[in-house]
Ligand binder design. Structure first.
Ligand SMILES: C[S@@+](CC[C@H](N)C(=O)[O-])C[C@H]1O[C@@H](n2cnc3c(N)ncnc32)[C@H](O)[C@@H]1O
Length: 240
């Protein structure tokens, strides 16, 4: 896996200040904030593709419980809502309180059921995400049918290493395993890691995750080499 150097994008202080500003803009001029991106098209295009993936593999009729890790301003979950998913089955967690407030404010301005999406403050690496009402398909033991990530694994990979040189991101695959039901899906979109790197990190013996599918993103050719601006891979947790 790429050995990334820690950066401010891996700190909570950075995200708190981003969302504090976006929240102020939203309250003042109704601007929903950036769909996080490195290249402008990354944000909206990847939301559309992740929603298409969901419609194909976990259609809204399945009533699957879906948790977005690091939901920011909620764009992906609003995309799922617009595609017909029952808002009661959709949840987002973010460790930045400002992100949670912004997503809730956008939800209430949008209406149309968006207020029923659950947004809560939670550190994915440490805390247990709020369990949905058991009548809505989530399991009481706190496990989910689908986890989704767009850019959060990337941000965590830029966090400070501990005294043993371990990056916080090393805890991430184990948390996915803990929070997924057997047979559940984990769909991740990353701008920092290739599909091979994501595969190597998530399909280890400890995770019980298996490669499931990928999303084809736009490709570019530069200096005779082809590549995509981001990678999206889905994994499935083994059935017992
Ligand atoms: C690059 S942004 C992506 C936001 C959103 N998914 C999007 O695509 O617009 C990364 C998000 O992850 C959140 N985040 C980073 N580390 C986290 C952690 N340990 N637990 C929960 N959220 C985290 C940040 O606050 C930020 O909202």
């Amino acid at each position: 896996m790429s050995d990334l150097q820690p950066s401010k994008l891996g700190t909570k202080e950075h995200w708190d200040s981003v969302y504090e500003e976006e929240l102020a803009n939203f309250e003042e001029i109704g601007d929903e904030g950036e769909v996080w991106h490195v290249i402008r098209s990354f944000g909206t295009e990847s939301v559309e593709k992740m929603v298409e993936w969901a419609l194909e593999h976990v259609p809204s009729s399945s009533n699957a419980s879906i948790l977005e890790v690091g939901s920011g301003n909620g764009t992906l979950l609003f995309g799922l809502l617009d595609a017909g998913y029952d808002p009661i089955t959709l949840s987002g967690i973010d460790y930045s309180r400002g992100a949670v407030s912004l997503a809730k404010e956008i939800a209430s301005k949008r209406g149309g059921g968006a207020q029923s999406i659950s947004f809560s403050e939670c550190d994915f690496l440490k805390d247990e995400p709020k369990v949905l009402d058991s009548t809505q398909g989530a399991d009481e033991s706190g496990v989910w049918d689908v986890l989704m990530d767009k850019g959060t694994y990337d941000a965590i990979a830029l966090g400070q290493k501990d005294e043993n040189g371990k990056s916080p991101v090393e805890k991430y695959p184990g948390r996915v395993t803990r929070l997924l039901k057997p047979g559940g899906y984990f769909l991740i979109t990353s701008c920092n890691f290739t599909e091979d790197e994501l595969n190597a990190s998530f399909t280890t013996e400890e995770t019980s995750l298996l490669y499931h599918s990928r999303i084809q993103h736009k490709t570019y050719t530069y200096g005779g080499k082809s590549g995509s601006i981001c990678s999206s891979v889905a994994f499935r947790k083994r059935l017992p």
